[in-house]
Design a binder for this molecule. Structure first.
Ligand SMILES: Nc1ncnc2c1ncn2[C@@H]1O[C@H](COP(=O)(O)OP(=O)(O)OP(=O)(O)O)[C@@H](O)[C@H]1O
Ligand SMILES: [Mg+2]
Length: 260
């Protein structure tokens, strides 16, 4: 009983038995943060998706009836994030019974729901009363989408967390980082990250253009103009709505080859 209360009050105590490694200081700080508006500008592989999954799961388990929306820029990323939630679920002893469980949606007997949404306006509209919205890779999410999710917090007075590596000086993630003082903001660069080695960083520095290295590992917002290709344009060349010619989604891991 005491242990359950401790886990409910402290997401770090909840997370410890689930993870095969120790959380670093900043990860603990973020998990424990009760900021209503939280922005994290952090490097690649810091654990953005993992922390999003853990924060969402903690809210769902210990705050019955909560609606948790996890938003990612694409179907592939929302599936990946949801996979992290499902993996964490397997390690949680006090998990409430699952009453609905699909590839992007989980409902518990305590009334809480976790929904992982791909970044398209049509898919996110229609939810209301969100207790927590987490936008993973927020710098790659369209402004229109961000604006359309905010009203879902209005009645519930829910929390909003943006977590991302930068992607140029544009968009809501950059604007909030630059100017907005309502938000609690943190930056985490890779040289301060205990689970990224100096050797690996050195190799990365030598393997990519400096601007790219600074963006990916040192969280710098760079001018898009200097880049050979606008990353957004490249992203838009891919579509989640086109059916793969193999018949099954590549995400299902059940791809059947075409017949001769
Ligand atoms: N404190 C930690 N100690 C050791 N490994 C960790 C720690 N935190 C996260 N990891 C591991 O780092 C890897 C990256 O985690 P995750 O995918 O959540 O990061 P990310 O920031 O979302 O990455 P990306 O920028 O590629 O989206 C995973 O294998 C995860 O298990
Ligand atoms: Mg990620």
């Amino acid at each position: 009983m005491f242990n359950t209360i401790a886990k409910a009050l402290d997401p770090v105590i909840f997370a410890k038995p689930i993870l095969p490694f120790n959380l670093d200081e900043m990860q603990e700080k973020v998990l424990r943060s009760s900021a209503k508006r939280l922005l994290l500008n952090c490097h690649r592989q810091w654990g953005k998706s993992l922390i999003s999954a853990m924060k969402g799961l903690h809210r769902a388990i210990y705050y019955p009836g909560s609606l948790i929306l996890l938003l990612s820029p694409s179907l592939r990323q929302s599936s990946e994030l949801f996979r992290k939630v499902s993996e964490c679920c397997m390690m949680v002893k006090e998990l409430p019974e699952k009453v609905e469980d699909s590839k992007l949606f989980l409902k518990f007997a305590n009334g809480s729901r976790i929904i992982s949404l791909p970044g398209r306006e049509g898919t996110v509209r229609g939810y209301s009363g969100a207790s927590l919205i987490i936008v993973d890779e927020a710098s790659r999410v369209e402004d229109s989408l961000y604006l359309s999710i905010r009203p879902m917090l209005s009645v519930s007075l829910g929390d909003l967390m943006l977590i991302s590596t930068p992607q140029g000086k544009r968009g809501f993630f950059y604007e909030i980082w630059k100017d907005n003082n309502i938000w609690k903001k943190y930056k985490v660069t890779a040289d301060k990250c205990p689970h990224i080695s100096k050797e690996f960083l050195k190799e990365e520095k030598e393997s990519m253009p400096e601007r790219w290295y600074l963006q990916e590992y040192f969280c710098k917002f760079l001018d898009i103009e200097g880049m050979a290709f606008d990353p957004d344009l490249i992203d838009k060349m891919f579509s989640d709505s086109v059916k793969p010619i193999f018949g099954e989604s590549l995400l299902s891991g059940n791809v059947k080859p075409l017949k001769d």
